[in-house]
Write a protein that binds this ligand. Sequence first.
Ligand code: ADP
Ligand code: MG
Length: 559
Amino acid sequence: MGRKQFKAESKRLLDLMVNSIYTHREIFLRELISNASDAIDKIYYKTLTDDSLTFDKDDYFIKINIDKENRLLKISDTGIGMTKEELDDNLGVIAKSGSLAFKKENELKDGHDIIGQFGVGFYSAFMVADEVTVMSKAFGSDEAYKWESNGIEGYTIEPCQKETIGTDIILKIKENTEDEKFDDYLEEYRLQSIIKKYSDFIRYPIKMDVTERKLKEGSEEEYEEYIEEKTVNSMVPIWKKNKNELMKEDYDKFYEEKHYGFDKPIRHIHIKVDGAVSYNSILFIPEKMPYDFYTKEYEKGLELYANGVLIMNKCSELLPDYFGFVKGIVDSEDLSLNISREMLQHDRQLKLIAKNIKNKIKNELSNLLKNERDQYEAFYESFGRQLKYGIYSDFGSNKDALQDLVMFYSSKEKKMVTLDEYVSRMPEEQKYIYYASGESNERIEKLPQTELVSDKGYEILYFTDDVDEFAIRMIMVYKDKEFRSVSSSDLGIEMEENESESNLNEEENKELFEHMKNILSDKVKDVRASKRLKKHPVCLSNDGEFSIEMEKILNSMPN
Ligand code: ADP
Ligand code: MG
């Protein structure tokens, strides 16, 4: 087979990655180890679900080999391997166009490594290597293949010799430059510390031949060196560790390792439950919205493990849609390995876990709102809409869980306020919770309809999201107070005789009103003298069930 070119986009991304200065080149090792671990997960899962296969724990490991003389670093795994086609498919295309555009836009903004987020983890190898060789033998195959590339001129695939199932990744480490000491990546201690830092919780042993020293026999001061194979990682997954052993940085690192996002999570929730159903979980509330959050591509869900074995990457049953932004993992001993997607939906254990998780997230958000207002507002800016959709969907069945978490801009406070804050400030005689809908706060401020309510000194909530009014209609009553749009014809405000400056008498001007009504016949139902206006000559009001803004939205919806 001849040399193949990378797909055009892959090439551009490769250039971008290799040539941009990454502060953390060392993460290449994390990426390759995580691929190796994924590959072992896959074969492990096969042996557990197929009775004809047996499993011996000792057969599954990752091994790191250093060949200083030839500047080679080898990462081997006993995972599922790749066929010729898989080598071509998986290593020949780097990223999808959307993510490339995204990366370009974002790479300068913050220093985070977002490489792996787009399935480009493997290519990070080219940050430290001039040449990458992949030798692989797939599970169930007799043939092995070698994939080779120098990153620029494409790649070749040809048959090769390999005895065991699995994959060897061989990196030809770059020569030192003025800025970067690539030699480091051939040093035992350096590699060990990188593994400890990023891959400690990988569940399979990461082995390495390590040079040790011991006193020479019969000598008190003379040492001799010997080589010993050591397992470098502690192998305890982070979610099984005790909370008090862990720092915020550990969770942040895990979030990054898992490519949950390129931001830093604003909160993590570490759950250990022993009870009717036992499980461990780590959940994250992200800071920023993923770039594809509102696209069809976005898939909510948590990673699901059954007693340490990954059974699903995105288990959507574990999260309600309105918490679809939450990332994380769940590991439970009470789930069956053979569980299928269809069965999961009806699984009692899983339902219990999901309910529990939902409450934990809700409580965490309540605490955030109570104790770290700024952070909550930043969160709300990203995901508030999601919560409001949550109230609206399922016929309002979630409103109790969510109504204390929503916020709206207040005419009086000039900032976001909760419904509770609004109600607690209401003067005795104020009947309703007032709101005004419009495109933006600035526009709502200018609405004539707000005049009377504001003059009374009452606070108005500004609804600028399409979903706002729909959500509020599901809540209907909050702490015994009903909601009322400022454009409603009945505002529940008592008018004193001389309060309105309007001296238009409807009876005396009957003809004028009739005339206006005729001209506007296809636009309005009636024209009346208003007592609610001060500065503005005219305004729209409505008697119907829906506010003017809501009617606009309803009319714009396809039938
Ligand atoms: P990601 O891991 O996000 O899918 P990568 O660029 O890291 O993206 O890897 C691309 C794909 O190549 C993987 O999804 C996997 O199918 C395959 N792959 C990479 N390394 C290995 C390996 N050591 N063993 C088996 N398959 C691998
Ligand atoms: Mg990967």
